[in-house]
Ligand binder design. Structure first.
Ligand SMILES: *[C@@H]1O[C@H](CO)[C@@H](O)[C@H](O)[C@H]1NC(C)=O
Ligand SMILES: *[C@@H]1O[C@H](CO)[C@@H](O)[C@H](O)[C@H]1NC(C)=O
Ligand SMILES: *[C@@H]1O[C@H](CO)[C@@H](O)[C@H](O)[C@H]1NC(C)=O
Ligand SMILES: *[C@@H]1O[C@H](CO)[C@@H](O)[C@H](O)[C@H]1NC(C)=O
Length: 160
């Protein structure tokens, strides 16, 4: 039963994100994250992590900038360390089907054409925020993606 729910959630999530992919073939990664914590907490954690990774803080991974935030929508961007590539990052948050928990549809999309899967930079943009904020160890955390939703997933160098 649980598997069926997860599979249908995955399909709904992937199809939902697919409609957001523009016609041009910019590299992208779509992923669906499930949490037991309410969306307000997830949103605050993601925003805090993006701010901590602001270029102003000058750390290794400090290449993120917050663009806009709404309770259900976070927009940010990420620029490569050499400044030549940039990606738009979008998080859409919605409460779980039982009225608790949070579903996050996460997307990283290259602003310019890059080789399709490249080195998984779009996956790593999402993954680095998840791990640095410790959301990966939060209760009930499940990540659902696949090579169609996230072509760089299998190549991503950020995964341990
Ligand atoms: C990223 O977002 C910031 C804040 O909106 C903006 O100033 C900056 O130009 C953006 N960078 C890119 C590469 O889109
Ligand atoms: C992306 O493409 C636009 C127009 O095609 C160009 O003006 C811009 O400089 C490019 N940005 C990067 C980061 O390559
Ligand atoms: C990235 O975000 C900027 C600013 O929000 C927008 O103008 C641009 O069209 C977006 N690029 C892509 C490829 O969606
Ligand atoms: C994540 O957990 C590590 C190890 O427990 C801790 O050092 C770090 O400060 C935590 N990061 C955040 C953003 O809470």
């Amino acid at each position: 039963m649980k598997t069926v729910l997860l599979v249908s959630a995955l399909i709904a999530g992937v199809i939902g994100s697919m409609s957001a992919i523009p016609v041009s073939y910019n590299a992208f990664c779509n992923s669906l994250w499930l949490f037991e914590m309410p969306c307000a907490k997830i949103s605050a954690t993601l925003i805090k992590q993006i701010e901590a990774f602001s270029p102003a803080n000058g750390c290794d991974k400090c290449h993120y900038e917050l663009v806009s935030t709404l309770p259900v929508l976070i927009n940010a961007n990420h620029t490569s360390p050499d400044g030549l590539q940039a990606e738009n990052i979008t998080f859409v948050l919605s409460p779980g089907t039982m009225g608790s928990g949070c579903h996050v549809s996460a997307q990283s999309l290259s602003q310019n054409f890059t080789s399709f899967a490249k080195d998984g930079v779009n996956y790593c943009n999402l993954y680095d925020l998840l791990t640095a904020s410790n959301l990966t160890s939060s209760a009930g955390f499940t990540e659902m993606t696949n090579p169609w939703a996230c072509p760089g997933f299998g190549l991503a160098t950020c995964k341990s």
